[in-house]
Structures are given as structure tokens and as C-alpha cells.
Design a protein around this ligand. Sequence first.
Ligand code: HPA
Length: 275
Amino acid sequence: MDERMNRYYEAADYVKGKLEGRVPLAGIILGSGLGKLAEKIENPVVIPYSEIPHFAKSTAVGHKGNLICGELGGKLVCAMQGRFHYYEGYPMDVVTLPVRVMALLGISYLFVSNAAGGVNFDFKVGDLMIIRDHLNLLPNPLIGPNLDEFGTRFPDMTRPYDLGLIALAEEIANESDITLKKGVYLASTGPTYETPAEYRYFRMIGADAVGMSTIPEVITARHCGIPVFGISVITNEAHDDYDEDYVNDGDDVVKAADAAADTMTFIFTSIIEKL
Ligand code: HPA
């Protein structure tokens, strides 16, 4: 057996021990400043990443580092309060390990979220964007020997984000007078924010929002056939000019994400309730 499988099984067995035979319906990955959703989880079992074999440390600002399992919208979910990023120096196998562990726990859906810069001129700070598609400028996490236990060598990516879940989110938003944008998320390595030329370039190649995460986890989930729903919270607007009094700042990003976290929590919870 590929030695990566041993790591996934060891981590999954540890979490399974805490779930006492229950199988989560959904995995949720909470991005920068979006950890608040975890507070809405009922009867939570909180598992610090430091306790789970082979989980890395969460070093990014606004990422707490707990796996929280419990009920949301009446269903059992496992939520990652913080994720691992390529820019932290972790190899892709470490970045995506939690998704494979959640796959082994038996999740049927993956919900992903992130803080992102808006490069679409129509996007303003505080907007929520349903991720319709992505542009991956990070290394592909499936590079290397294929793990046939999870999926095929050449996974289809025609519908990376589940159309049924997107329709459900739009229905929920309509009923509740919530405006959701929809667009393409681009991930680059970070940790630098973009230069004005890079923001212009990303817009030109079809991005609506830009960040430093999410796509590795989405690719890993799609590899093993798990439907994905994703939301980007727009935390800053791309500056195309060399305006002297503007800077991108990580703390502002976390604050803006935190301010929009309740609406994102509502959307995720309402979808899960209907699954
Ligand atoms: N660029 C990259 N990552 C980000 C941004 C951005 O503007 N905002 C939040 N995460």
C-alpha cells in the first residue's frame, strides 16, 4: 500500500474514535476569518489538529486549528476551523490530507470557503460569491503516483462545483433577500498580495476573485467524486493603480471576512438542512 494511505487511515481512525460510529454528511472548510460558523455547531466534539495524527499546524492568521464535529442544520458535519496553505510551506499532500481524511470518514459533500480579493469591478467588500469555476495557478495536488483508492488518474473537471448545490444556494438567497454574486475563483501561491499588473492580468484571464487556497482541496474532493459547494467572501477590492494611500492588509482581510461570516453561515446551514 502507498505509505500516504497509512497516514490517511491513521488520522481517519483517530477522528472516527471520537464520532462513535456516526458518519458526517458534510465536511466544511472555513477560511480566513470565517471560523465563526463553527460556533453554530450543536453538541460539538472539538478536536485540535495537534491531536490528529499527521495533521499539520495551522499557522495562518484567522485560522484556529480545530476540527469541530457536530450538528449543523440538523445534520452531522465536520468543520475545519482553519486550513493549511501552500504558502505556509506545506507540501500539497499535507494541504489536502484533511480532505482525504474526511473522505474516509464518509462525507457526501464538501463545503469550502475563503477570503478573496475582488477583481471583478462589480464586486465590493462584503459581497459573497458563489464559486462557479476556478483557475488553478497553484501546483496540482494530484501530481505524483495516483491513489486509485480515491479516484482515476485523469479526473474530469467539467463541473468542479456542483450545479445542484449552486441552484439550492441561489434559491435560498432569493427567498431570504440575500444577494449572491457568482464567479470564477483564481488561486495563486501567495503569500504576497497581487501587484496592480497581476490583478489586471487575473481579470483579463477570467478571474472574478483571487485568493491563495481552496482549489487544492476542491481538486482532491473531485478526484474522489465528492460534490463541492464553495463561497468566496470578498474582503478587498483589487487596486489596479498605484494610489499612494492604499495597501492590502491581512488583518483587514480577516475583519472583513468576519463581518460577512454570518451570512455565509446562514447559506451553508440552509443548504445542509435541505440535503
Ligand atoms: N489576493 C490574494 N489573496 C487574498 C486577497 C487578495 O487580494 N484577499 C484575500 N485573500
